[in-house]
Design a protein around this ligand. Structure first.
Ligand code: PAF
Length: 192
């Protein structure tokens, strides 16, 4: 049974109850429009923890001006259906003001030097800082023991590893292999 939670106090209660039982908690951060690649992350998370929280949140701070934030596919009902079949314990689906109480423009930001500024970062200024900013918030909200990220977004994984070490987040990172379509294309929400 997947519990859909949108309220931070309720999320904290739920995770605190698991902790009181000595259970290990995993987080799988996503932006929704879930597909087989995401469900394989849930399965991997399950192998590393007793309970799995999947966050579904389209993060405004990682989209640049003119990028596809408004057009990014949002399919919350189908996502919850999929998470039920995949056996996730909680779908964490916060509104923008729950993640950014002062609004995205007035948010405290995490800026990752070096690795966030090259390759894709050079073409999308601020993108990886937006990713680091939201992942730090999700870590603080969920307080997972372990978090699973796909190797598909390899630079993102490197940015998060850097942040976790530098800010001493007590979170173990698990990197998941790429899942591909029959024609070899890496599975991605944007393929749709
Ligand atoms: O990879 C993604 O879907 C996003 O960048 C993430 C890690 C969920 C942060 O919004």
């Amino acid at each position: 049974m997947t519990d859909v939670i949108r309220d931070l106090a309720r999320l904290r209660e739920c995770v605190a109850a698991w902790r009181a039982e000595g259970l290990r908690v995993a987080l799988v951060p996503t932006m929704g429009n879930l597909h087989g690649g995401h469900f394989s992350l849930v399965e991997l998370a399950r192998r590393h923890a007793d309970r799995v929280v999947v966050s579904v949140f389209v993060n405004p701070t990682q989209f640049g001006p003119g990028e596809d934030y408004d057009r990014y596919p949002r399919t919350p009902e189908a996502d919850v259906e999929g998470l039920r079949s995949a056996g996730a314990d909680v779908a964490w689906m916060p509104a923008v003001e729950v993640v950014y109480p002062y609004g995205p423009e007035a948010a405290v930001r995490v800026q990752v030097p070096g690795i966030a500024e090259v390759l894709e970062g050079a073409h999308r200024p601020g993108h990886f800082d937006g990713v680091a900013t939201v992942v730090a918030r999700l870590f603080n909200q969920v307080q997972p023991d372990v978090a699973v990220f796909g190797r598909k977004d390899y630079q993102q994984l490197a940015v998060i590893r850097y942040m976790v070490r530098d800010l001493a987040f007590p979170v173990e990172l698990v990197a998941a292999d790429i899942l591909r379509e029959d024609d070899g294309l890496a599975m991605s929400s944007r393929n749709q």
